[in-house]
Design a protein. Structure first.
Ligand SMILES: Cc1cc2nc3c(=O)[nH]c(=O)nc-3n(C[C@H](O)[C@H](O)[C@H](O)COP(=O)(O)O)c2cc1C
Length: 163
């Protein structure tokens, strides 16, 4: 089974989880790049990022690997304003994921309530096999490692061929 772990990360937290997950699963990895500049010290960028997420805006993105070439696609996003990021919204709306197994992960400071439901709704014709939310503080402390291992084990079980 060919597995892809694709994620957007503004400040590296979601990337850390995505890298660990790809390693656990023996998967290919792809970082989705938002071509709109989202980093830097100017607080206005933070505000615009939150506003764009809340308004469910799309953006211009770049990525390397077409999801349609994989059997399982695991998609990761930070939570912005209680929503998925514009980069991942654009990815979900532009990739051909019908009939494919998909799983999600996110990182957040406070809550990821509703995020996975929204991702599922965006790709209703995909086969959902699992989701993992990781608080950013668990990425900092290292507690995410065990969670990622368990999640990868579950995904392997979900996607194993029937005997
Ligand atoms: C614009 C913006 C809005 C955010 N909104 C939320 C939020 O609504 N809820 C939450 O739990 N965390 C929120 N966060 C925190 C991020 O989800 C968290 O720091 C995440 O781990 C960052 O991932 P990254 O380092 O991969 O970019 C927000 C961060 C940014 C930059």
């Amino acid at each position: 089974m060919k597995i892809l772990v694709a994620y957007y990360s503004r400040t590296g937290t979601t990337r850390t989880v995505g890298e660990a997950l790809a390693k656990e699963l023996g998967a290919d990895r792809d970082e989705i790049v938002d071509l709109k500049k989202r980093t830097g010290l100017r607080p206005i960028r933070f505000l615009i990022a939150g506003r764009d997420a809340m308004a469910k805006k799309l953006t211009d993105i770049r990525f390397e690997r077409p999801a349609e070439e994989y059997d399982l696609v695991v998609i990761g996003t930070p939570v912005w304003a209680g929503k998925i990021t514009p980069a991942v919204r654009t990815y979900l709306s532009s990739q051909r994921l019908e009939g494919k197994r998909v799983a999600f992960f996110c990182t957040n400071e406070f809550s990821h309530e509703g995020v996975f439901e929204e991702m599922k709704k965006m790709i209703p014709n995909s086969i959902f096999v699992g989701a993992l939310g990781v608080p950013a503080k668990e990425v900092k402390s290292g507690a995410y490692v065990e969670k990622v291992k368990q999640f990868a084990d579950n995904l392997r079980k979900q996607t194993a061929p029937n005997p």
